[in-house]
Design a protein around this ligand. Structure first.
Ligand SMILES: O=C(O)CCC(=O)C(=O)O
Ligand SMILES: [Fe+2]
Length: 281
């Protein structure tokens, strides 16, 4: 049953997404749902959220999220420099506050409409992020998600603001229409690679979306080929967001090493059906 907590996308929003590769969805979920997610996630991430402590924690980090694909357990908490994350609230922990958003039938229907395919979708990964204040977390470099996903087709990501996010907190920004370029290269978060440095012409060819002022429950959706990034958070408030990426049922595994898929015994060339990638229909 569709929850009242997630609203349907409109026809105009789907059209905007088709043209631009991203769309803003004001009030996608209720502020209550946002509060529940932060209330669950904050204590789990506490050791990385303090001022100086967060910096030293990263230096000492074993980057334990490399083991995230283990379907058991609670997922992993890591400072990946661009933000502090809890990866796997849905995929691993099956936490109700997060599943109520990511696995909701209305969410599934929204994703199907945005992907333009009338078939169930699966969760690729889910990440609760906190971009630390005072410029502690570094900017999110401009990238396409698609280069990093070891899957053979397009996907999309729903990114939800869990707190009020002002433009100076580093909301995600998108090069509108850049999905039409196809794959541009780079592996997100692997190195300092930034697509705007690699392709300076992107800036002239595609308008950069505004740094939106978002309220809790407002969301953006982006296509896996859309170039996007975010500035650092220059305020003294934490930037909390929750993102879930989806691929359509029938998607096949390319076999490329990736922390989201390693260790699950997926077979290159075969459809991804592992229960860790929850089906939403
Ligand atoms: O939250 C950010 O700064 C970037 C998020 C991102 O890259 C994504 O949702 O694919
Ligand atoms: Fe991304």
């Amino acid at each position: 049953m569709a929850s009242k907590g997630v609203r349907p996308v409109t026809g105009n929003e789907v059209t905007f997404f088709d043209q631009n590769g991203w769309v803003l969805l004001p009030g996608l979920i209720t502020p209550d749902m946002c509060e529940a997610m932060v209330a669950t996630g904050r204590p789990r991430m506490a050791e990385f959220l303090g001022g100086d402590q967060s910096v030293s924690a990263f230096e000492d980090s074993t980057r334990e999220h490399m083991t995230v694909s283990d379907a058991q357990g609670q997922g992993t908490v890591t400072d990946i420099k661009q933000w502090v994350e809890w990866r796997g609230a849905v995929r691993n922990a099956r936490d109700p506050a997060f599943c109520a958003v990511s696995l909701d039938k209305q969410t599934g229907s929204n994703v199907r409409r945005l992907l333009g395919r009338d078939r169930p979708v699966r969760v690729y990964h889910d990440i609760l992020t906190c971009k630390l204040p005072d410029l502690v977390s570094i900017p999110t470099s401009y990238h396409q998600d698609g280069t990093n996903f070891p899957i053979d087709r397009n996907a999309l990501t729903i990114w939800i603001a869990l707190v009020e996010i002002t433009p100076d907190m580093g909301p995600v920004q998108f090069y509108s229409g850049s999905q039409k370029c196809g794959l541009l290269g780079g592996i997100p978060f692997h190195s300092k690679f930034d697509l705007v440095e690699e392709y300076p012409e992107l800036v002239d060819k595609f308008p950069l979306s505004p740094a939106h002022h978002m309220m809790p429950g407002d969301a953006t959706v982006h296509h896996s080929l859309t170039v996007h990034g975010a500035a650092a958070n220059s305020t003294d408030r934490q930037r909390w967001s929750f993102l879930t990426s989806y691929f359509p049922e029938g998607t096949r595994y390319t076999g490329a090493p990736n922390h989201d898929t390693d260790g699950l015994d997926l077979q290159r060339g075969y459809e991804i059906e592992h229960p860790s990638f929850a089906l939403v229909d």
